[in-house]
Ligand binder design. Sequence first.
Ligand SMILES: C[S@@+](CC[C@H](N)C(=O)[O-])C[C@H]1O[C@@H](n2cnc3c(N)ncnc32)[C@H](O)[C@@H]1O
Length: 253
Amino acid sequence: MLYLIGVGLSNYDVTMEGLEACRRCKQLYAEAYTSNLTEEKLKDLSKILEKEIDQLGRTDLEENAKILINQAAKEDIGLLINGDPLIATTHKTLLMEASASGVGTKVIHSTSILSVSMGESGLDFYRIGPVCTIANWSEHYHPISFYETIKGNMDHNLHSIMLLDYDYERQSTMPIEKVAFILSEAEEHYKKKIISEDTKFLVLNNIGTENGKIKLYTFAKLKTAKIKGMNTIILLAKLSNLEEEWISKIEKA
Ligand SMILES: C[S@@+](CC[C@H](N)C(=O)[O-])C[C@H]1O[C@@H](n2cnc3c(N)ncnc32)[C@H](O)[C@@H]1O
């Protein structure tokens, strides 16, 4: 059996069911390339469980998934995933591949950046539109289709949650000033204007952990923001009175 076990955002978000599954598994792996599953968090878990946890890289999961699935055909193994296991396309693909090979699977959910960011931002979750990811640009890779999502959301007066690519080497999401640059370039490309210098963004930094912070930025300020760690950005549509009240508290804090 292949267990996908969500370990949530904070160091202590694994559910009782998750802990029980970890104990049952003959071998535990951790996926630390789509999100920040820190050494400290893994050490804590390993200590509680009195078990070793082996870290897997992108190729182990995406290209060599068959090796993992073959092992799960013979014994119970668990893959620890930051946040909720199913809020990442890679893990859905793995589940489907395992099922296609006749291997049993079980998903154990936990807190996710999606639920925590909606809750902590104080925004009405009915007013959050489709989510997008802003990928880190490299020399020959400039994806900007996310812009269609945020433009559609703005047209319907919905807020946009923008996840950012995780950079394993830096143990951090891509730099905020680069996000601002990509947003400007995307507007230029689509020849549209939904963002002005005064447009407001919430930056949720290491949210759901003991160092979590939320800060309001205008686009002008976002361009020079330097915020290390895990970041998610919300482009704000027009706020309701209640949302306005909550966000003004964030602003004062
Ligand atoms: C592919 S998503 C993985 C989501 C994860 N499986 C979950 O359910 O939370 C990874 C992105 O979520 C965002 N993220 C994850 N943890 C975060 C945190 N604690 N604070 C802010 N953003 C976070 C970052 O933008 C990061 O690159």
